[in-house]
Design a protein around this ligand. Sequence first.
Ligand SMILES: [Zn+2]
Ligand SMILES: [Zn+2]
Length: 227
Amino acid sequence: MQVFGVPYVNTFLIEDGPGLALVDSGLPKRAELLLAAVAALGRTPKDLRHILITHHHEDHTGSLAALGRRTGATVYAHALDIPVVQGDRPGPPASRPNAFSRLTERIGRRMGFTEVEPAMVGHPVADGEVLPIAGGLRVLHTPGHTPGHVSLLLESRRLLFAGDAAGAMFGRVGPPLGVYTEDMAEARRSLRALAEVDFDAACFGHGGFIRADAVAAFRRAVERLDQ
Ligand SMILES: [Zn+2]
Ligand SMILES: [Zn+2]
């Protein structure tokens, strides 16, 4: 698996036999950067067969339409987030705007990151579904940050892609940032549910990669919620 940090947000390339799968698509205008990573693995754009979207935010779906055109990959997302991904409904504004969100939105507008081209989702995913990708990629519905947020468990590698269901800034796992989280109580419930899942390593939409004993870091985060 290649962890591929496009600036600000992480995306992940998973080798799937002769093909590749991508978890999240980064900000807008990042398609060529991601395809350069595909080429660095000795693969062509057509080898990228699956693009899994953890949730509808523009830093995770921004380059989806462009990548879809270049690769023909099947796009996967949860039914509850599909209307925003496909442009049928606008995404909600920041739940609790603050100085940080106003600054990031101003930078985002200036750089064209807020103009996300809609993209079609070919495969709506459901909680508990095991996708036949890389030996089995289990879908865990982890709502709260957005209603249709999903985390993905690569069972053969005991690796969790948490998306934005949890953050790992400075190596410490915690709930997602409140400012962009639609339902914080539900996001906390999802964090508790993830702490009950069996995995060793964890990747996040933002922040670092925990290689070992990641579930213990999730359990510590749940303990802090209870304090
Ligand atoms: Zn997000
Ligand atoms: Zn994000």
